[in-house]
Ligand binder design. Structure first.
Ligand SMILES: NC(=O)CCC(=O)C(=O)O
Length: 302
C-alpha cells in the first residue's frame, strides 16, 4: 500500500518581498511610501510582502504615544488609518502583507504596544503580534534605550496560517534574541519561516543582526526574514537603524541582503528546501530529550 508523502512545510515556492524603507515624521507620507514599494514588490511577483518595525513613524519612546492607533483584533474590522491602508494595499495587489509594526494604543486600558498586523489577500486581518520582549538595553557610552518606559509587552506567540503556503511565525526586533519564541514556533507549530520586522542600531547591528538571523534559521532549520528601516543620514537627528534586511535559508545561508539605504529585496523561497536540509543534517530526529528534560516540554515536536 502506498504511504502518503507528508507535505513539505512550505507547500509551494513563495516569492517574498522585504521592504527596507526610510520612515519620516509624516505618517501619511510613510503610508504612501510603503504603498509604492509594496506595489513594486507585487509587480515583481511577490506574494508575501514584509515591512520594517515602526514603518509609519520615527522609532523612539517620545514618538510612540503621538503615533499610536487603536487596532482591531484578528478577523475584526478597524477604523485606524494604518489598518485601513494596509488592508487596501493587500486587497489591491492580492498579496499577504505583514505590515512591519506600528505603535498601538489599547482603547480600554490606554496601554501602548509595538504591534504587527498581517493581512490576507482578501484584506482580512489574519495576524496580530504585540512585541513580547521590550528593547531595554544600556551599553555605557554607546546606547541606552528603554521601550518599557512607555510600552507594555505582548503576551503571545504569533503563528499565522497562509493556507496555500504553510505557517509563519512573527516576532518584532528584540524578540529575535529569545530563541524560545522561534523554537516553539518551529518545533511545536511547524512554521516554515520566522519574520522579524526590526530596527537594530549601529552598536548591536554589526555585532548581532546577521548572527541572530542565521542562528534562528540554523537552530530550527527554517527560513528567517529580518526587515529593517533604512538608515537615515548621519546628519539627521534620531535613532539610526542598521539596515541590512535579509532573508536566510534553513541551512543558515544568506539568500539576499540589503545595504543601509532604501532597498527592495524580492526572494524566492523554495518548497522542499527545509526537508532537504533536515535530511542532510537530521538534528530534528537526533534530539536527546531524556538528556534535557527541562526544555523538552517547550521544544518537543507534537
Ligand atoms: N527595536 C529593537 O528592538 C532593537 C533591538 C536591538 O537593537 C538589539 O540589539 O536587540
Amino acid at each position: 500500500m502506498a504511504t502518503a508523502t507528508p507535505l513539505p512545510l512550505l507547500k509551494q515556492d513563495l516569492k517574498v518581498g522585504l521592504v527596507q524603507m526610510l520612515p519620516g515624521s509624516d505618517k501619511a507620507n510613510n503610508l504612501v511610501q510603503a504603498r509604492n514599494k509594496i506595489r513594486r514588490a507585487a509587480s515583481m511577483g511577490a506574494k508575501l510582502v514584509v515591512l520594517p518595525e515602526c514603518f509609519n513613524s520615527p522609532y523612539g519612546t517620545d514618538h510612540f504615544p503621538e503615533y499610536a492607533e487603536v487596532l482591531p483584533e484578528v478577523n475584526q474590522e478597524g477604523e485606524s488609518e494604518t489598518f485601513k491602508a494596509l488592508k487596501d494595499i493587500a486587497t489591491e495587489h492580492n498579496i499577504y502583507l505583514l505590515g512591519g509594526s506600528i505603535p498601538e494604543r489599547e482603547e480600554t486600558s490606554g496601554k501602548l504596544y509595538n504591534t504587527s498586523l498581517t493581512f490576507s489577500p482578501n484584506g482580512t486581518l489574519i495576524g496580530k503580534h504585540r512585541k513580547v520582549h521590550l528593547f531595554d538595553i544600556s551599553i555605557p557610552g554607546k546606547i541606552h534605550f528603554q521601550e518599557s518606559l512607555v510600552l507594555s509587552p505582548g503576551k503571545d506567540i504569533t503563528i499565522i496560517d497562509l493556507p496555500e503556503y504553510g505557517k509563519i511565525g512573527v516576532g518584532i526586533c528584540y524578540d529575535i534574541r529569545f530563541p524560545e519564541l522561534a523554537m516553539i514556533s518551529a518545533r511545536k507549530h511547524g512554521v516554515f519561516a520566522m519574520f522579524y520586522p526590526g530596527a537594530f542600531n549601529l552598536t548591536t547591528g554589526p555585532l548581532h543582526w546577521e548572527l541572530l538571523a542565521r542562528s534562528r534559521a540554523t537552530d530550527n532549520q527554517i527560513f528567517v526574514g529580518v526587515v529593517s528601516p533604512a538608515r537615515s543620514k548621519p546628519t539627521d537627528a534620531g535613532y539610526k537603524a542598521y539596515g541590512h534586511s535579509m532573508m536566510v535559508d534553513p541551512n543558515g545561508e544568506i539568500l539576499c541582503e540589503a545595504l543601509e539605504g532604501e532597498e527592495l529585496l524580492v526572494q524566492d523561497l523554495e518548497a522542499g528546501r527545509i526537508e532537504e536540509v533536515r535530511q542532510g543534517i537530521p538534528v530534528y530526529s537526533q534530539r536527546r530529550w531524556e538528556v534535557y528534560p527541562d526544555v523538552a516540554g517547550v521544544g518537543k515536536e507534537e
